[in-house]
Design a protein around this ligand. Structure first.
Ligand code: FE2
Length: 375
């Protein structure tokens, strides 16, 4: 398959993601699997051509060009290999034990957020003290609160020097499956269908209420100090979580403290299938509890070239307005990357050139999502 149907585009619009069956040939899948198998212990496969070929030499590229637009061919791949495991006894970035989180240990999040290693012993102190210790625990150590701080995931605490944007952004995820993921519980990437509209609406609400977008903007604290380890990352604000739960007809599952969490839908794929997901989609990895092999999803982060035509995007960074380790990039006079990225966050289909007719047809059919009081 070399093209995308109207039905696929409508699915992408409404659900925020679409699975394209069989868009990567068996020989590309075989080469990628062989490359992973031949990796030496500790060897990085991020630049392995057999992996970037999954996009660059498959139908994924013409399809993505058609539906989204021009983009840099990825030179790097996020190698998403999840080994089999039973529920485990460590604290995740949400501040709960992995075994206590529902939906196969979900960690549903908005993409592009600062993250540091979660404390494995309960952290004590006032919220201000805990905040300071958390942001000082990244690779740059204790340099105070500023946009120079980066997380252990390399995401800046804030993207911009004025500290008004705390979400790195791009346009699309491409996820290529290299193993059978047709039965639930084998470590699938999971999403909340329709959740992209909720998160975009929340970003817009923040934008219209002072312009600070992401954690530490209105309605979105950075950390939750009331979780079991005392310092959980707030990966989605409460107001968004509530609306995501309401999208689901089934009652949500809870952590032992009674907190309800939105149910993610596992993306079921076979080797050679690819999922395309809009950036704003809340998503998570899941535990590979029942697999007979490691889960292998090759993940690419793609940005429409229009956003910053002068900058090369490698395919792995979720904060390409800055360098991989948070370095400051230079932009020509009149090119304010934070203004552009804020606009992209609150107008999520603007960078999808091949979706405009569907957006025009379908948007009027949907109720507006509003956040009109401080959540
Ligand atoms: Fe993510």
């Amino acid at each position: 398959m070399n093209t995308i149907t109207n039905e696929h585009r409508r699915t992408l619009f409404h659900d925020g993601y679409v699975v394209l069956k069989n868009v990567v040939s068996q020989s590309l899948v075989d080469s990628a699997r062989a490359r992973i198998k031949s990796a030496k212990k500790g060897e990085s496969l991020a630049e392995a051509v057999a992996l970037t070929d999954l996009v660059n030499r498959s139908s994924v590229t013409p399809i993505l060009q058609e539906v989204m637009g021009q983009f840099d061919p990825p030179s790097h791949c996020h190698v998403g290999v999840t080994k089999q495991s039973l529920p485990r006894d460590f604290y995740t970035p949400l501040g709960y034990k992995e075994k206590d989180l529902p939906y196969f240990g979900h960690g549903m999040h908005a993409e592009g957020l600062f993250t540091v290693a979660p404390p494995q012993e309960r952290i004590e102190g006032t919220p201000d003290e805990i905040y300071s210790r958390m942001i000082a625990s990244g690779p740059r150590g204790d340099i105070g609160r500023s946009a120079d701080v980066i997380g252990s995931n390399t995401d800046p605490l804030f993207q911009d020097p004025e500290m008004t944007l705390s979400v790195g952004s791009f346009t699309a995820f491409v996820i290529v499956a290299l193993n059978d993921q047709t039965l639930e519980g084998v470590g699938q990437t999971a999403v909340v269908p329709g959740g992209h509209r909720v998160l975009e609406a929340f970003y817009r609400w923040q934008y219209e209420n002072g312009g600070r977008i992401g954690p530490e903007g209105p309605g979105w604290p950075r950390f939750n100090y009331n979780v079991p380890n005392g310092a959980g990352h707030v990966y989605l604000p409460d107001a968004v979580q509530k609306k995501l739960i309401a999208l689901d007809s089934k009652a949500p599952e809870t952590t032992p403290d009674g907190i309800a969490w939105p149910r993610p839908k596992q993306i079921l794929m076979e080797p050679g299938d690819a999922a395309i997901t809009i950036f704003q989609m809340p998503h998570t990895g899941t535990r590979n509890e029942y697999g007979t092999e490691s889960r292998k999803n090759m993940i690419f982060r793609i940005r429409n070239k229009k956003r910053q035509p002068g900058k090369i995007v490698t395919g792995v960074s979720d904060h390409p307005d800055r360098g991989m380790m948070g370095e400051w990039l230079s932009y020509e006079e009149g090119n304010n990357p934070w203004v552009r990225s804020k606009k992209a966050l609150v107008n999520m289909w603007n960078e999808w050139d091949g979706m405009q007719d569907i957006v025009d047809q379908e948007t009027p059919k949907l109720p507006e999502i509003t956040f009109d009081t401080v959540p």
